[in-house]
Write a protein of this length. Structure first.
Length: 381
């Protein structure tokens, strides 16, 4: 027993010595910010509109944050060689859960994106798929085998296509665009020919356009959202307009904690429009702070890329950081009506167990790959 405890202490001490403490503290700060904004954006709403206790959502969010922090630390402390050995199984498990959605999924507002099984609470499998997909694509691209680089790109493209089939069927166009954008970023950074990359992007756009016009009853909502974005009078812009009004109302310093009214008017305010709630109550200054935190996180992680020799770690960090940054700015863009509505949550800050756990996995791998001893992982393992 004594040896076991000493080994655990040694592992924890080694982890603390090698971890990037600035990135760790920023991730913890984002989780705590999300907890704070959950208290601000949900407590009064639940008390007035639902037959729940005043702090029902806040307490649930507290549980989600605790679980997410545990996953973040657990992943960041693991030996990278062991993590990579389990990566294919974790990725296949997440894909299996995604494949179960059409058969056992729960439909909410016309979209079947959530899975609810007897042994698991309701969650979105795509939040598990995203980080493992990034790592698996990076693993494929750096395979040290007698396979041409373009064959590896093709394999990664086919995996992406498989995931997109299930996402578009849900339908979840926002997550589809996020994965496509992140995959394109990884492929571009790995040195893919820009001419072929442009062709692939055009193929994606062509496939999406084909699906919209071939199955208007299934995918017509995409065209409607784009049309409404270009011409607000062409469709329902209630939520997006209220979010924009709330941001304007908040001004530079905000109306004060609990003084915002967006959370009382928009049902998804604490998830899809959390940035508008924050802007209304705490002002544009707070939004700039959040953006700077995400950008600084990206900067800190990418500085590791420039000094790193391991190609897998470089591509993985680029992909994971891109995933966070792109999703963040899509969420902000939707809230300020620079982009059509996508239903995209804000990493770490939006309410929801699936989103928080997915963010924690990304954070855990970023912390693991930016450790001082991260270079010991070999792509041939």
């Amino acid at each position: 027993m004594f040896n076991f405890s000493r080994e655990n202490t040694s592992t924890a001490a080694k982890w603390w010595r090698n971890i990037d403490k600035q990135i760790l503290l920023l991730f913890i700060f984002l989780f705590l910010l999300g907890l704070f904004f959950s208290f601000s954006s949900t407590s009064s709403v639940i008390a007035e509109k639902m037959n729940k206790q005043t702090y029902f959502f806040f307490l649930k969010h507290l549980v989600f944050v605790s679980i997410s922090l545990f996953f973040t630390i657990l992943i960041s402390i693991q030996d990278q060689n062991k993590l990579m050995k389990f990566l294919p199984y974790l990725f296949l498990f997440s894909i299996l859960l995604l494949c179960l959605v059409p058969f056992y999924g729960v439909e909410v507002k016309g979209s079947k994106r959530w899975l609810e099984l007897a042994f698991l609470p309701r969650f979105q499998p795509v939040e598990l798929v995203k980080p493992f997909f990034i790592l698996f694509v990076a693993k494929i691209i750096v395979l040290n085998e007698k396979i041409s680089i373009y064959s590896r790109y093709l394999y990664s493209f086919l995996i992406l296509l498989l995931i997109l089939v299930f996402l578009i069927n849900q339908p979840d166009f926002g997550q589809s665009l996020l994965l496509i954008s992140t995959w394109v970023t990884i492929i571009f950074v790995s040195g893919f020919n820009m001419f072929f990359l442009s062709i692939l992007v055009l193929i994606f756009l062509g496939i999406i356009s084909f699906l919209i016009f071939l199955f208007p009853e299934k995918f017509g909502y995409i065209f409607l959202r784009i049309k409404t974005f270009l011409d607000p009078k062409a469709g329902d812009t209630f939520q997006s307009q209220r979010a924009l009004d709330a941001i304007k109302q908040g001004g530079l310093t905000g109306q004060g904690m609990g003084e915002g009214i967006l959370k009382d008017k928009v049902p998804e305010a604490h998830t899809d429009y959390i940035i508008a709630v924050i802007a209304e109550e705490f002002g544009a200054v707070f939004i700039l702070l959040i953006m700077m935190i995400f950008l600084f996180l990206g900067y800190k992680a990418l500085t590791k890329v420039f000094s790193e020799q391991n190609e897998f770690l470089k591509l993985s960090l680029v992909g994971l950081v891109s995933l966070l940054i792109i999703q963040t700015f899509i969420h902000i863009g939707v809230n300020i009506r620079l982009l059509p509505t996508t239903g995209m949550t804000l990493p770490f800050l939006s309410y929801g167990g699936s989103s928080l756990v997915g963010s924690s996995i990304i954070a855990g791998f970023i912390l693991n790959f930016t450790r001082k001893d991260s270079a010991r992982y070999s792509k041939n393992d």
